[in-house]
Design a binder for this molecule. Structure first.
Ligand code: BEZ
Length: 183
């Protein structure tokens, strides 16, 4: 990955595609909308520690390699010290990997992204959007309702101008369930 040395020291770009878009509880030097090619955002990762429990995991996003896919997110230029906090916050099956992402002006940078790969201890894998929405509707953990995570992410993606059919499809079902117009 590319590290840049500034007056403030070394910095690294981090690509955020989930809660890092809307829950920014870490300092950053710069923030820019970015796109990651070849990866899709999917609610395929279990959450034992934030939006669920080990006995009743919630569902949160990870990235899945998918040729032709483009994931829109927010990139942050951070100092390495920030990872002590984020590695702890995102410890439930996620690993940092190197990735190349592109900014709106067409420039590209090599940075890092957290990915929860298949086979990690909390991985749940694919399910259809109806089943994922129903799962999310019933889950809750120390960070709050799983539903609130999904709705906050969907809102943040609308603000970013991302047309994420997977997330918005789950949101639609979840809102219908909430309105009592399904079942
Ligand atoms: C993110 O928003 O990039 C993110 C999602 C899940 C775990 C870690 C980071």
């Amino acid at each position: 990955m590319t590290t840049t040395t500034t007056a403030a020291g070394e910095s690294i770009w981090l690509f955020g595609y989930g809660s890092l878009i809307y829950k920014v509880d870490f300092p950053y030097l710069e923030r820019r909308r970015a796109r990651l090619q070849g990866w899709a955002r999917r609610f395929w990762q279990g959450s034992h520690d934030h939006r669920g429990t080990p006995e009743a995991p919630g569902r949160v996003v990870t990235l899945v390699a998918e040729p032709g896919a483009v994931c829109v997110g927010m990139a942050y230029r951070v100092t390495p010290a920030v990872f002590a906090h984020l590695d702890h916050r995102e410890k439930n099956g996620y690993r940092r990997i190197a990735a190349d992402f592109r900014f709106d002006d067409g420039s590209e940078v090599r940075g890092v992204v957290y990915v929860a790969a298949p086979g990690n201890e909390a991985y749940l894998g694919p399910a259809d959007e109806e089943a994922i929405a129903r799962h999310i509707a019933g889950a809750r953990g120390p960070s709050g309702a799983n539903r609130d995570y999904l709705l906050a992410l969907a809102e943040a993606l609308r603000e970013l101008g991302s047309d994420d059919a997977h997330v918005f499809g789950i949101e639609d079902v979840l809102r219908r369930i909430g309105d009592g117009t399904t079942d």
